[in-house]
Design a protein around this ligand. Structure first.
Ligand SMILES: Nc1ncnc2c1ncn2[C@@H]1O[C@H](COP(=O)(O)OP(=O)(O)OP(=O)(O)O)[C@@H](O)[C@H]1O
Length: 258
């Protein structure tokens, strides 16, 4: 594990039957750093995130969260490490049965035992950080646009002031302008908190906006990792093909195989 890494994956392998999805995947996120993992469909990005969140168990390798190795730990100990993290899911994944403020305050009340009235105050403060006024607090999530739901999801992800935040395809399903708004909010909110973030994305433009470093994964391996502003001129053939969106190059599409 790299010194000061907040998240560290070391030679992580995960297969389903004979299909090797993660192949010795190694990646670090340092304190205060934003790392975006990009890659095509089916390259293992979600499986990587599920291994970190303990929803899948790798066959081998180690995963450290803030220095603590979590693979193979009993659920209660793993959950204790994950309590210092926040997460924004792909489609915000809000509870329709709860008003907006309670969605934001959910972790504060359930995992941190905060009094409901205090948690509501924190929720309103976090909603303000993502540009939503107190009039939103009692609304039902199903009344909101997708962009607003993403903002609520972001407010929830930062509600506990987590040191580590995971973002799963944060701009998927948004128009380019709303995508840009969400990218800016992600960048500003996470910098404001000093959080370390790991984001998975298909979207190069979004990755370049929010990342300090970008990692490209292909067939469950990191084939390039480097500073976001170097990606366009790095000379790596996998990156060049991905950036150009070209069919020709070392990246094979399963769908084109005979
Ligand atoms: N529970 C599972 N059982 C069997 N195979 C799985 C399971 N979960 C994922 N896979 C396979 O693992 C591979 C990687 O999937 P993953 O969802 O990580 O891709 P991804 O890079 O996140 O793609 P996308 O960007 O399309 O979401 C795929 O071939 C997928 O079918």
């Amino acid at each position: 594990m790299t010194e000061h890494a907040k998240i560290s994956l070391n030679n992580v392998c995960k297969s389903f039957g004979r299909k090797h999805v993660l192949n010795n995947l190694t990646l670090d996120v340092k304190a205060g750093e934003s790392v975006v993992v990009i890659g095509g469909s089916g390259t293992g990005k979600s499986v990587m995130l599920k291994c970190i969140l303990g929803l899948l168990t790798p066959e081998s390798g180690e995963i450290y969260i803030d220095g603590k190795q979590i693979v193979g730990l009993p659920a209660s100990e793993r959950e204790a490490s994950l309590r210092k993290t926040g997460m924004l899911f792909q489609y915000a994944a809000l509870f329709d049965s709860l008003p907006v403020w309670e969605n934001v305050a959910f972790g504060l009340i359930q995992a941190h035992g905060m009094k409901r009235s205090d948690a509501r105050d924190v929720a309103i403060e976090k909603l303000a950080l993502v540009g939503l006024g107190p009039d939103m607090a009692n609304r039902n999530p199903s009344e909101l646009s997708i962009g607003m739901q993403k903002r609520v999801g972001l407010a929830r992800a930062i509600a506990t002031n987590p040191e580590i935040i995971f973002f799963d395809e944060p701009t998927t399903g948004l128009d380019p302008i709303m995508g840009d708004v969400i990218d800016n909010l992600i960048r500003d909110c996470t910098r404001h908190l000093g959080a370390s973030t790991l984001t998975i994305s298909h979207d190069m433009e979004s990755a370049q906006k929010i990342a300090d470093r970008i990692a490209l994964i292909y067939k469950g391996e990191v084939v390039w990792v480097g500073p976001a502003d170097e990606i366009e001129h790095c000379g790596n053939p996998y990156v060049e093909q991905f950036v150009r969106g070209d069919i020709k190059g070392p990246i094979e599409l399963d769908i084109l195989k005979p």
